[in-house]
Design a binder for this molecule. Structure first.
Ligand code: PNS
Length: 163
C-alpha cells in the first residue's frame, strides 16, 4: 500500500485543489488529504468546516480520506505511514518556496515530495484570491464546488452583518 498526503490549509477547498487530489488518487493506492490546523493562523473557516467541505468534495474518490494535523507535516506522515507528499505547482513563482519546503521535509523524514503541475485552467487559482473576489461580490462560481460557494457566501454575509 503506497499512501500519499495532500497537505494544505484548504480555507476553503477550490476546484484547483480537487484537481490535484484527483490526480494524486490515480498515482497512489491511498491519498490522505491533510488539513493543517495551525491554531495561530486566522482562517475564514474552522478546521471542522474545512474538513466537512473537503469530505463532501472528495466523496466520489474511493481511495481518498480526509484528516487533520497540528504540528509538523513530517510527523503526521510518519504516523500515517505516508511515503510521499503531493503538491500542486501553479507557476514558476510557486517553485522556490515549494522546493525549500520539500527539501526541509526530506531532511526531517524519509519522505519524497511529488510535484504535480496544476491544470492550466486553475493556474491562477488560490483560496486567498477566491475569498477576496467573493468578499467584493465577484463571481467565483466556476472556481469552487457549489456547496463551498454557498458556505463562502453565507460566511461573508455573516461577517458583513457583524460590522
Ligand atoms: O495551503 P497552504 O497554506 O499552502 O498549506 C501549507 C502547509 C499546511 C502544507 C504547510 O504550512 C505545512 O506543511 N505546515 C505544517 C508545519 C510544517 O511542517 N512546517 C515545516 C514545513 S517545511
Amino acid at each position: 500500500m503506497r499512501r500519499a498526503a495532500c497537505p494544505g490549509s484548504f480555507d476553503p477547498v477550490t476546484n484547483g485543489h480537487i484537481d490535484i487530489i484527483a490526480r494524486a488518487a490515480t498515482l497512489f493506492d491511498e491519498v490522505v488529504v491533510a488539513v493543517g490546523v495551525n491554531q495561530a493562523k486566522k482562517r475564514l473557516f474552522t478546521p471542522e468546516e474545512r474538513i466537512g467541505m473537503l469530505t463532501e468534495s472528495c466523496a466520489g474518490f474511493s481511495n481518498v480520506r480526509i484528516d487533520s494535523f497540528d504540528g509538523l507535516l513530517t510527523d503526521f506522515c510518519r504516523q500515517q505511514d505516508v511515503v510521499a507528499i503531493v503538491k500542486g505547482l501553479r507557476a514558476v513563482s510557486d517553485f522556490d518556496y515549494e522546493l525549500q519546503m520539500a527539501q526541509m521535509n526530506s531532511s526531517l523524514a524519509d519522505i519524497e515530495t511529488v510535484f504535480v503541475p496544476t491544470s492550466p485552467e486553475y493556474s491562477f487559482l488560490a483560496s486567498s484570491l477566491v475569498k477576496e473576489v467573493a468578499m467584493f461580490g465577484g463571481d467565483v462560481s466556476s472556481l469552487v464546488p457549489d456547496h463551498v460557494l454557498r458556505a463562502l457566501t453565507d460566511r461573508l454575509a455573516a461577517r458583513r452583518s457583524d460590522v
